[in-house]
Design a binder for this molecule. Structure first.
Ligand code: AMP
Ligand code: MG
Length: 344
């Protein structure tokens, strides 16, 4: 009697085994080996973005490719969030003030975050300061000390509580005359997104530095924490403190970062929404916390709030540390940071 060979249980098993081994071999030689061959490398690159030099150093598989892609992502986000880029989403919101404007997720997220920090700081941080910022000439470079009338009229347009967000419809509306300015928070958010992209692509160590808005992944090659210098506000070419960083972020707001001099006085770019003038009594605020966006918003806000209110806010927020330097050179260091930073 003839038997059907194909139905023989042993032959079938052998057939399956051969197929499995064959597939495994193909996988090993054509997928796994080339994957291993992609080497772990160090990569470093810089680009001018967000009106500053942005540096990224990273170590991991294909680090060079991912560093380049992280820059492309940062550039894309700047293109959405900068009010100085004509066709950005923020520019569209400003150009169509009074109307609902459809925006993408990152823009919606940063605006919501901005409103949240407005609430947390009683309006010391306010992303509707755009008209005031322009009046002083920051952004355009057309610097001047405005008249009291000009300031009063610009202040009428400043109030983050009047921003309307339609989350489900992904739309934003600001009152006619109001100008949105994410300059106090967007850089931090963009640094966070670059960091997130690198983590998702299994980069093991990295430091993203956007002109002082810094976020790190892991530690240095020798296993010790990254060390980030904080400038002396009296002489920004000098480092005054060194902060150890491991998987967190540091951002500094300083009166030396953007300013002009008129009538013998220095007028800087961090404006107090209560007065319309550059915030007084503080020279610099450095915030250390998990997210750069958080550190960015808080550094600007604490600068405006001043030493007393600002330090109280920092101590109230878990996981937030700070260095505050006042105009009379008093230095306040939060309790959680005092033990770990090095003063030079
Ligand atoms: P930063 O350098 O992060 O402290 O942010 C300063 C920038 O934020 C300025 O150049 C303005 O674009 C914007 N800004 C100024 N004053 C405020 C404020 N009180 N709240 C929010 N953003 C502000
Ligand atoms: Mg800021």
């Amino acid at each position: 009697m003839r038997r059907n060979i194909g139905s023989h249980p042993y032959l079938l098993a052998i057939g399956i085994a051969v197929a499995v081994i064959g597939l495994a071999a193909i996988g090993y030689f054509f997928i796994y080996q080339p994957y291993l061959a992609r080497s772990y490398t160090d990569a470093q690159a810089s680009r001018i973005l967000m009106s500053t030099v942005v540096d990224v150093s990273a170590y991991g598989r294909d680090a060079e490719t991912y560093v380049k892609q992280a820059f492309d992502e940062m550039e894309r986000l700047e293109g959405l969030l900068s009010r100085h880029i004509v066709d950005s989403e923020v520019s569209q919101i400003n150009a169509q003030a009074g109307e609902w404007v459809k925006v993408s997720d990152p823009t919606l997220a940063v605006i919501e975050l901005g409103i949240e920090y407005g609430e947390l700081t009683g309006g010391a941080f306010d992303i509707t300061v755009g008209a005031l910022v322009s009046l002083w000439g920051f952004g355009t470079g057309d610097y001047k000390v405005p008249t009291n009338e000009e300031i009063a009229s610009a202040l009428q347009t400043v109030d983050y509580r009047r921003i309307e967000v339609d989350k489900a419809g992904k739309r934003v509306r600001i009152p006619a005359g109001t100008v949105l300015d994410l300059g106090g928070i967007a850089k931090g958010y963009i640094v966070d997104e670059a960091r997130r992209f690198l983590v998702e692509n299994r980069i093991q160590r990295a430091i993203v530095n956007a002109g002082g808005d810094i976020s790190v992944i892991g530690s240095r090659p020798d296993g010790t924490p990254w060390r980030v210098g904080v400038q002396n506000p009296d002489d920004p070419s000098q480092i005054r403190w060194v902060i150890p960083l491991q998987n967190n972020s540091v951002v500094t707001s300083g009166d030396y970062q953007r300013y002009f001099v008129q009538d013998g006085e220095r007028w800087h770019h961090i404006l107090d929404p209560r007065t319309g003038f550059p915030a007084r009594r503080i020279r610099s605020v450095t915030i250390v916390t998990d997210k750069a966006a958080r550190a960015d918003a808080l550094s600007t806000a604490v600068f405006v709030l001043g030493l007393e209110e600002g330090s109280a806010l920092v101590e109230k927020l878990p996981g937030v540390e700070a260095i505050i330097v006042t105009s009379d050179d008093h230095v306040w260091i939060s309790s959680g940071l005092a033990g770990s930073i090095v003063s030079l």
